[in-house]
Design a binder for this molecule. Sequence first.
Ligand SMILES: Cc1cc2nc3c(=O)[nH]c(=O)nc-3n(C[C@H](O)[C@H](O)[C@H](O)COP(=O)(O)OP(=O)(O)OC[C@H]3O[C@@H](n4cnc5c(N)ncnc54)[C@H](O)[C@@H]3O)c2cc1C
Length: 471
Amino acid sequence: MKRVAVVGGGVAGLAAALRLVEAGRGLEVVLLDANDRLGGTIATERSGGFLIEAGADAFITEKPWAVALCARLGLERRLVGTRPDDRRVHIVRGGRLVPVPEGFALLAPTDLWNLAGSPLFSWHGKLRMLLDLVLPRGSAEGDESIAAFVRRRLGREALERVAEPLLGGIYTGDAERLSLRATMPRFVELERRHGSLIRGLRATARTRDAGARYSLFMTHADGMGGLVADLARRLPEGVVRLGSRVERLAREGDGWRVVTTGAVHDVDAVVVAVPSYVAASLLAEVDPTLAHGLAAIEYASSAIVTLAYRGTDLPRGLAGFGFVVPSIEQRSILACSYPSRKFDGRAPEGHELLRAFVGGALRPELVDLDDAALRAAVEADLAALLGVTARPALVRVHRHRRAMPQYQVGHEARVAAIEARTAAVPGLALAGAAYRGVGVPDCVRSGEAAADAVLAARPETHVSGRSQTRA
Ligand SMILES: Cc1cc2nc3c(=O)[nH]c(=O)nc-3n(C[C@H](O)[C@H](O)[C@H](O)COP(=O)(O)OP(=O)(O)OC[C@H]3O[C@@H](n4cnc5c(N)ncnc54)[C@H](O)[C@@H]3O)c2cc1C
């Protein structure tokens, strides 16, 4: 019998383990996680009728892998889409919340009338954006930062007012260092094919499927932790081993020896689905060059402060799904979303839930504030931006240290080198947010691809005949 160990039970490791089990073939699978629960950065708490997410609160359905996995496992009916009400996102400008103009697609406008009427930009800024229609293409070679690209095509205001805060909110990153190709390949393609982002976006908007089957963002009825729990229930008994921190990985004959805190697993193949800096230390003896490449991927830390209020304590109400804050506004909050507006069942009647993001690559020091100071910084911003002065009915602080990989300029080449190196080590596959997409659907895809790589390897590479676990 072949044995495979999956190291790391975040969503990537879970997806890998499910794929291996799905494949059947008498494969024996163990999923090892250091923690006392699965899910990694994903976790959900219920308290006093509120549903509080420690990490991800939804996933995008344009990338199909998470929905497809749920559909295969019969979990689709447990997924819920965003509420149909006011879905707009706002941006802070001069201390006020201004809606992102209708038709603005992350970096660039598509509806020029809405752009013209928006108070978000100066006239100079708006005219500079229109230059995108006539500016020549950039050089097709190489990578560039998101900041350099947006400044080049659309100007400084588009960068400072929209692109930096929207993307900063997703990657908790620094737009001056984030790779355009690794984070926004669609925009590279739009410039290449259409010579202009505005023209390209308008052309693709016309051809897009208007009758999409799913809401753009979905979550699980019981929160993302509910999704993890449902996925974990699809694994046969005995696969999941919690409290199993892997301390060492070593080649042993044709196979692998996986040493955890309490046991040794001799297996034929390993899927390593931990953050890349952990993978680097585990693989340092196996392939120092690979480990060096893995260690070069930087991570940012962030914190989420979730606060619950009575609706009557929000004097200006809540509009849309939330807001993002450009760094030029000099606030502590990077972004704030309203889970009770986005999804049903997140707060009891008459209450609202707010989720403020703090820290990231640009303000790492804030993550080290103690809970009281972090909460005070967030409450001061909410008072200024939303007029909230009441004490929240509930507060939770979740810190995510070194949890968000930073796809810096040159990331694709770094990952290609890592993948080439990994492919040369028999019975090894990597998965997780560090490589080709940080979102939940990308992590599912990477876990499944890693499982497929292990399954596709030639049998003589993996069958060692020594498959046993010693306590
Ligand atoms: C604050 C935050 C908000 C986010 N919001 C969203 C969102 O709304 N939508 C979205 O799509 N994505 C979101 N993301 C991104 C997405 O949630 C993550 O990229 C994804 O969940 C990472 O999954 P993973 O399996 O790669 O890694 P992780 O979740 O980091 O899991 C790695 C696992 O490895 C385990 N581990 C570590 N070391 C060892 C060891 N030595 N031995 C054994 N086990 C070990 C850990 O305990 C952990 O369980 C967010 C991320 C963060 C941090």
